[in-house]
Design a protein around this ligand. Structure first.
Ligand code: UGA
Length: 436
C-alpha cells in the first residue's frame, strides 16, 4: 500500500515508521522544512526509544521518505492526518485548525479513490466536517473519511504500535474498511483485535479510553491521600484491588498526578464536547480539577518533610519529564511542583536525563545540573518526581554525603520503606505512611 502521513510529529513519525516497517511505502509530510531536512539527514527530532533505528532502516530500504510538499498524496491509497490538536488557549476546546488546513491542502491533490484517515485525536464530529470539506472541494471524487485513533504511550510507542491491545477503525464505507484491513494486515496476523465501528464511535473511544485512564490514576491518588490519614499502604491496596480481573492492576500507581500531552488535554476536550451536547461528564470534570490541584499540592509534602518551611532551603528535584523515557515536559507534575516550591522561597536544583531543555522556558530560575548527584549537592531535600530507571538505584551513601540534610521525598514510590529505614535518610512517599 502507498501511505502518506500528514504531520511528522510524534504520532505521524512513529506510525509512519511502523507502517513502513510492515512493508508499505510511506511518505511523511511536514510543513516544517527544518524538521524535514533534519529527518532527511538522519536526525530524529523527538525522543523515543528505538525510533531512530527504525527510521534509519526503513529509509535505507527505500520504504520511508520525507517531504515538505504534499505531492505524494496523489499516488496514496491512504492519507493519514497526524497533525497536532492542541488545547485552544483559554477554553479547553481542541484546536482543529491544523487538521482542517491539512484537509484543504490535500483535497485537490487526492486521487479519486484515496481513503482519508484521521489519526490525530479529534473531537466527535470532526470526521463529518472533514467529509463536508472534501465533498465541497472534490465533488468529482468519492473520498471516504475514517477515524483510526492511536493508543501509543510515549516512551513505549513502537511496542504499542506493533503489539496493540486493539485497532479501532471507524467507518461505514466497505472500500475504506478493506484498505485499512490491508494496511494493518501484518498486525492482524499477530491476532491484534481490529474492531470496526462507526466513525463517531471511534472518535469517542479514543477520548473515553484516555478519560478512563485519567480517572483510574486520580482514583488511586485520592486513595493514597486517605491511606496517609488512616495508616494503610496504597501499593498494597492497589495490588489487592487490581488483582480483581474486572478492575486490572495497570494505571493504579499513585503519584504526583497525571501529565503529558494527552491525558490532561483530552480530558478537557471531552468535558467540553459533553457539555456542548447536554450530557455533562461530572466524573471527568472532577478528575481534571482534582489532578490540577494535586500537582501543586505536592509542594506541601516537601514542606512537611522539612518541618513546615522551605524558605531559603535548597531542594533537588530529580525528573522533569512527565514520565520516564521521554523528553516531554508538557503538563508535567514537576513544573507546578517546582513553581510552588519557588513561590514558597526555596531554591531548586534539578536534573532530568532528557527533559531539561524542554523545561527551561517554563522554569527559568532553576539550577540545572549534570546528574542526580550534582543536583543533590547542598540540598536540604531530594524529591523524586519522575521514575527514570537511573533514579531507582541511587548510591544513597554518595547522596547523603552530597546533601545538607538526608531527606528524600519519593513522589513515585520507587524505594522500599524498610530499606530506607536502615539508612540515615528520612524517607517520605505517597500513600505509604509507614515510610516515615
Ligand atoms: C496516554 C495513554 O496511555 C495512551 O494510550 C494514549 O495513546 C496517549 O495518552 C495519547 O492519547 O496519545 P501517554 O500520555 O504517553 O499515553 O502517557 P501515560 O503512560 O498514559 O502516562 C500519563 C501520565 O499518567 C503520566 O504523567 C504518568 O506518570 C501518569 N500515571 C500513569 C500515573 O501517575 N500512574 C499510573 O499508574 C499510570
Amino acid at each position: 500500500m502507498r501511505v502518506t502521513m500528514i504531520g511528522a510529529g510524534y504520532v505521524g513519525l512513529v506510525s509512519g515508521a511502523c507502517f513502513a516497517d510492515f512493508g508499505h511505502h510511506v511518505t511523511c509530510i511536514d510543513k516544517d522544512a527544518r524538521r524535514i531536512a533534519a529527518l532527511k539527514s538522519g536526525e530524529i527530532p523527538i525522543f523515543e526509544p528505538g525510533l531512530a533505528d527504525l527510521v534509519e532502516a526503513n529509509v535505507r530500504q527505500g520504504r520511508l521518505e520525507f517531504a515538505v510538499e504534499a505531492s505524494s498524496v496523489a499516488a496514496a491509497d491512504a492519507v493519514f492526518i497526524a497533525v497536532g490538536t492542541p488545547s485552544r488557549r483559554g477554553d479547553g476546546y481542541a484546536d482543529l485548525s491544523f487538521v482542517y488546513d491539512a484537509v484543504r491542502e490535500i483535497a485537490p491533490l487526492l486521487s479519486g479513490t484515496a481513503v482519508v484517515v484521521t489519526k490525530s485525536t479529534v473531537p466527535v464530529g470532526t470526521g463529518d466536517e472533514i467529509e463536508r470539506i472534501l465533498r465541497e472541494k472534490r465533488p468529482d471524487a468519492d473520498l471516504p473519511v475514517v477515524s483510526n485513533p492511536e493508543f501509543l504511550r510515549e516512551g513505549a510507542a513502537i511496542r504499542d504500535f506493533k503489539h496493540p491491545d486493539r485497532i479501532v477503525v471507524g467507518t461505514d464505507d466497505a472500500r475504506a474498511r478493506a484498505v485499512l484491513a490491508e494496511i494493518y494486515r501484518p498486525l492482524y496476523l499477530n491476532a491484534a483485535p481490529i474492531i470496526y465501528v462507526s466513525r463517531r464511535t471511534a472518535e469517542l473511544i479514543k477520548y473515553a479510553a484516555n478519560a478512563f485512564l485519567a480517572t483510574k490514576i486520580t482514583f488511586i491518588n485520592e486513595i493514597a491521600d486517605l491511606c496517609e490519614r488512616i495508616g494503610a499502604d496504597v501499593q498494597d491496596v492497589a495490588r489487592g484491588v487490581g488483582l480483581d480481573n474486572r478492575i486490572g492492576g495497570k494505571f493504579l500507581h499513585a503519584g504526583p498526578g497525571f501529565g503529558g500531552s494527552c491525558l490532561p488535554k483530552d480530558a478537557l476536550a471531552l468535558i467540553k464536547t459533553a457539555h456542548d451536547h447536554g450530557a455533562p461528564l461530572r466524573i471527568v470534570e472532577t478528575v481534571s480539577a482534582v489532578n490540577d490541584q494535586r500537582k501543586r499540592a505536592m509542594a506541601r509534602k516537601v514542606v512537611a518533610a522539612l518541618d513546615g518551611s522551605v524558605r531559603g532551603k535548597t531542594i533537588a528535584v530529580l525528573g522533569l519529564a512527565f514520565k520516564p523515557n521521554t523528553d516531554d515536559t508538557r503538563d508535567s507534575p514537576s513544573i507546578p511542583l517546582i513553581m510552588a516550591l519557588q513561590d514558597l522561597g526555596a531554591k531548586v536544583r534539578a536534573y532530568d536525563p532528557a527533559g531539561m531543555e524542554q523545561a527551561k522556558p517554563s522554569l527559568p530560575a532553576v539550577n540545572y545540573c549534570s546528574s542526580a548527584y550534582a543536583a543533590a549537592e547542598g540540598a536540604d531535600a531530594l524529591v523524586i518526581a519522575t521514575e527514570w530507571e537511573q533514579f531507582r538505584a541511587l548510591d544513597l551513601a554518595r547522596l547523603e554525603s552530597a546533601m545538607a540534610r538526608p531527606v528524600i521525598v519519593d513522589l513515585r514510590n520507587i524505594y522500599r520503606a524498610d530499606e530506607m529505614k536502615r539508612t540515615n535518610f528520612r524517607y517520605f512517599a505517597v500513600g505509604r505512611p509507614g515510610a516515615e
